[in-house]
Ligand binder design. Sequence first.
Ligand code: ADP
Ligand code: AMP
Length: 236
Amino acid sequence: MSRLCLILFGAPGSGKGTQAKLLKQMLSLPHISTGDMLRERVARKDALGLEVEGILQAGGLVPDETVNRLVSDRIEQPDSVKGFILDGYPRTVRQAEILVALLRALAVTTVVVHLEVDYNVVIARLAGRRQCPACGALYSLSPNAPTVSEVCDYDGATLVVRDDDREEVVTERLKAYDRQTAPVLEYFRRMQTPHFALDGAQPGGPQVIARKIQDYLKTNFGDYLITGNPGNRTSR
Ligand code: ADP
Ligand code: AMP
């Protein structure tokens, strides 16, 4: 069976991480988030973490070579042998060019799923985003609130606010998305990469969106999938 690369594409706060956590259970594919990988390195305070910390805090983009290397190393891991879900990568046309060349060389079939969400919605979502520091579960103040305020449903850890979800940093991240990331869609169009755009703020919330992505993949890429039910957990 060939490998499938599912690229979750969209602005910060469009729901990429939430969808990745739901879909990885249904597709039995690993969730590869460059943002998570970079935050882990920052927390570990290793050389790379120290190098990128200021960039993440300011809402800018880490150099292409750094994230390209992280992703190419990660997809060599044994759990990526059937395919993988990319969240937050590629974020520049240069990253996309490197990725497309790499996936071609590896004969990986690629599909882009674009979560379309208005900026006023993502700004409100990011202001209310909470995450479990232990299991990675994502919450919001509403509609995806934890049962007990500020406490993870799965392990009872106190939820945290991401450093870069402060309003002034969100503005910078959205500027970076506009200038550097949005043009990646046009690149994929030129490359004729299969593309599925859907409303990332539709009624029914994350579960309904995950089902629509599941249906699209089943119809168009069924041969690549070990199908199951979409998960209901937004934790790791
Ligand atoms: P991204 O990974 O694209 O930055 P997240 O998945 O972290 O986005 O989602 C951002 C915030 O929006 C989180 O607080 C999450 O719980 C919430 N969220 C995600 N998807 C939806 C949705 N379909 N409807 C409402 N809120 C959502
Ligand atoms: P995310 O968790 O995807 O919102 O990413 C958080 C931050 O990590 C971004 O604001 C960037 O500073 C950095 N980052 C994540 N992915 C990339 C990428 N593909 N290219 C450059 N910087 C990235």
